[in-house]
Design a protein around this ligand. Structure first.
Ligand code: TYM
Length: 344
């Protein structure tokens, strides 16, 4: 009988993640992803890219896409990513992502993709009119991660299922091609109160770029007045804040605002309740607005400053793409050898 016990991966630790350039970034992206990227760059070799190949799974205006890519890069820099520590690059500039994605399309099973909930949400009622790319999207995501043999992937909670698929693809590839420790089993880094930031208008819906109401989200480019105004108008309930985190469970909007406060202040929800239990939203909202303005307004300002110098952003992206290719190309060369391609 074949022994299927996974062989431990012994390569170096490495962080990888990315964000799509498909609309303005919001507080969810910031707390669920960007803040973690900036922290992790001090702990591990870090690769952070702009997911422009993923963005075109739905229509993107060709005249705007390159600028949207620069905007994400500016947000990375404003959130504290340092190009001397982290490799920052556009996904489409490293062609090996697409090459490995094809090979992975032949490893992943149709049944695995059929289970992906994000495709169901994004394709809505008109599945047959969606691009094929929207369906195979998570396979490209697996290639993004495994091409750098990334071991840690900081993301928001909505990406959890894609990370599970990545692990399945890695395991099946290693098994099918007789290389038990070739790809690692990447760990999603999801924990923390910012992992699932909800809409400010509806505590049961995720804060999202595609929500038609701008009042549902705080954009990273919002100025101090807009940030404070949106928090003031955020939906709440009439009860004061409770003593315990458990009591927030049935109060989605209250839970969300406490979670945002916790994530922005680096505290736990329990610590925030320790300070505000018994107080109503009349007291809590102004404190949250002040904190949000203090933390976010400078990020927007720094982003605008970087965007004023597109040549510098382009220089960073080009250097990042070169460095990323140096790591990606040998992985794909080894993969081609394992698959048995001519000349590999
Ligand atoms: P994207 O562009 O939709 O979102 C970027 C990051 O923001 C997180 N996020 C949230 N976190 C908390 N609360 C929210 N409301 C919220 N909304 C979004 C997302 O979880 C994500 O971490 N498929 C990815 C991009 C991608 C990728 C990858 C990520 C492509 N390849 C490889 C990691 C590794 C996406 O669409 O993210």
């Amino acid at each position: 009988m074949t022994d299927h016990t996974p062989v431990p991966y012994t390569g170096p630790t490495r962080v990888l993640s990315g964000v799509q350039p498909s609309g303005a970034l919001h507080l969810g992206n910031y707390l669920g992803a960007l803040v973690k990227f900036a922290r992790l760059q001090h702990e591990m070799d870090t690769f952070i890219f702009v997911a422009d190949l993923h963005a075109i799974t739905v229509w993107q205006d060709p005249a705007a896409l390159a600028q949207q890519t620069r905007e994400i890069a500016a947000a990375y820099l404003a959130a504290g990513l340092d190009p001397a520590k982290a490799t920052i690059f556009p996904q489409s500039a490293v062609r090996e992502h697409s090459e490995l994605a094809w090979i992975f399309q032949c490893v992943a099973r149709l049944g695995w993709l059929d289970r992906m909930t994000q495709f169901k949400e994004k394709s809505g009622k008109h599945k047959e009119r969606s691009s094929v790319g929207l369906y195979t999207y998570p396979v490209l995501q697996a290639a993004d991660i495994l091409i750098y043999k990334a071991t840690h992937v900081p993301v928001g909670e909505d990406q959890k299922q894609h990370l599970e698929l990545t692990r399945d693809i890695a395991q099946k590839f290693n098994h099918d091609f007789g290389a038990p420790a070739f790809f690692p089993q990447p760990e999603p880094l999801i924990q923390g109160p910012g992992a699932r930031v909800m809409s400010l208008r509806d505590g049961s819906a995720k804060m999202s770029k595609s929500d038609p109401s701008d009042y549902s989200r705080i954009n990273l480019t919002d100025d101090a007045d807009a940030i404070a105004g949106k928090i003031k108008k955020a939906r709440t309930d009439p009860e004061p804040l409770p003593e315990t985190v458990e009591e927030l469970a049935a109060r989605a909007e209250a839970d969300n605002l406490v979670g945002i406060f916790a994530a922005l202040s680096g505290k736990t929800k329990a610590e925030v309740l320790g300070e505000y239990a018994g107080k109503g939203f009349g007291a809590f909202k102004p404190a949250l607005a002040e904190l949000a303005v203090e933390k976010l307004a400078p990020v927007g300002e720094t982003m605008r400053r970087y965007l004023g110098d597109p040549t510098e952003i382009d220089r960073i992206l080009k250097a990042g793409a070169e460095r990323a290719s140096e790591v990606a190309a040998p992985t794909v060369a080894e993969v081609k050898k394992l698959v048995g391609f001519w000349g590999a």
